[in-house]
Design a protein around this ligand. Structure first.
Ligand SMILES: C[S@@+](CC[C@H](N)C(=O)[O-])C[C@H]1O[C@@H](n2cnc3c(N)ncnc32)[C@H](O)[C@@H]1O
Length: 278
């Protein structure tokens, strides 16, 4: 079935409504992207026009199920293991030893990491691999890597922990066999590494949900804020400050800076990398 195109007024309504629920901001140039995504939903729901779909989304979606179904279709999930290697090196060579040392001195054996906007899990599993590689006494630590995303489809993929060649192409050879088993052309994360990662569905634009994330030593929120409106970006980063333990670090994508957003963090140099610390 051919659907009529969203009018510019409908596009604006849709964009504003999505932004109010998910924090995601779509430029005018993404009109046809959104059109195609809502057409998928319209086909399933047997809704004939973009106008009717908008009414349904805005006024009949009492439990938020339709917005969730749409969210699953409109998020950008691009990711791979060991993405932004130099930043991970800053984490493993400088930030992690500093935090572990401080904890050891206090007799604190808990390490809590949040991968916020984890997509299909490549980022949290990368962190799990790094921790298992670096900590000689990993079993003496109570490690929790919480992997959260709004997209339910990617969270199922984190739980499956099976990856194609593209996802694992940057995993250093010396780590591969210790952390993966081969299944044909796929690679499965070994259970002892996978056990460090727990998934949770969480909308970063939902203040109540954000408040459940506390006492974190590290927050990785890489390549997520770029999709948000400036206002949501600010709210989320401000919350990260509250969620971090004193001395904790936040790692954003290389094109994202908290400097403009929040002056509460200390900007610190970790080798040749800049990071933010509470
Ligand atoms: C490009 S991926 C980044 C994956 C990983 N952090 C990395 O850097 O490789 C962005 C992820 O952010 C998630 N996301 C977008 N909006 C979100 C929201 N409001 N709450 C939680 N996650 C969101 C998307 O579903 C997507 O999986």
């Amino acid at each position: 079935m051919e659907y009529t195109a969203l009018t510019s007024a409908q596009f604006l309504q849709l964009r504003d409504f999505i932004c109010s629920k998910l924090g995601l901001f779509f430029e005018d140039s993404r009109t046809s992207f959104l059109q195609k995504r809502i057409e998928k939903r319209m086909r399933i729901l047997k809704v004939d026009s973009p106008g009717d779909y908008l009414l349904l989304l805005r006024f009949q979606d009492v439990d938020g199920r339709e917005m969730q179904a749409l969210a699953n279709l409109i998020t950008t999930n691009e990711t791979y293991m060991f993405r932004e290697f130099s930043q991970l090196r800053a984490f493993s060579d400088f930030a992690l030893p500093e935090v572990l040392m401080a904890k050891q001195t206090r007799g604190d054996r808990n390490l809590r990491i949040w991968s916020a906007g984890c997509s299909s899990g490549e980022e949290p599993y990368t962190l799990a691999i790094i921790l298992r590689e670096l900590l000689s006494n990993v079993n003496d630590w109570n490690i929790e890597i919480t992997a959260t995303d709004i997209d339910q489809n990617v969270l199922s993929r984190v739980n499956e922990a099976v990856y194609d060649q593209r996802s694992v192409r940057e995993v250093p050879d010396e780590y591969f066999d210790r952390h993966f088993t081969r299944e044909g052309s796929f690679s499965r994360v070994r259970p002892e590494t996978a056990a460090l990662v727990k998934t949770r569905h969480l909308n970063l634009h939902d203040r109540m949900a954000l408040r459940t994330m506390r006492n974190l030593d590290f927050i990785f929120c890489r390549n997520v804020l770029i999709y948000f409106s400036a206002e949501t970006r600010k709210t989320v980063v401000d919350y990260f400050y509250t969620a971090l333990n004193p001395g904790g670090f936040i790692f954003l994508g290389h094109s994202e800076s908290v400097g403009r957003i929040s002056t509460a963090f200390k900007l610190v140099r970790l080798g040749d990398h800049l990071s933010y610390k509470r």
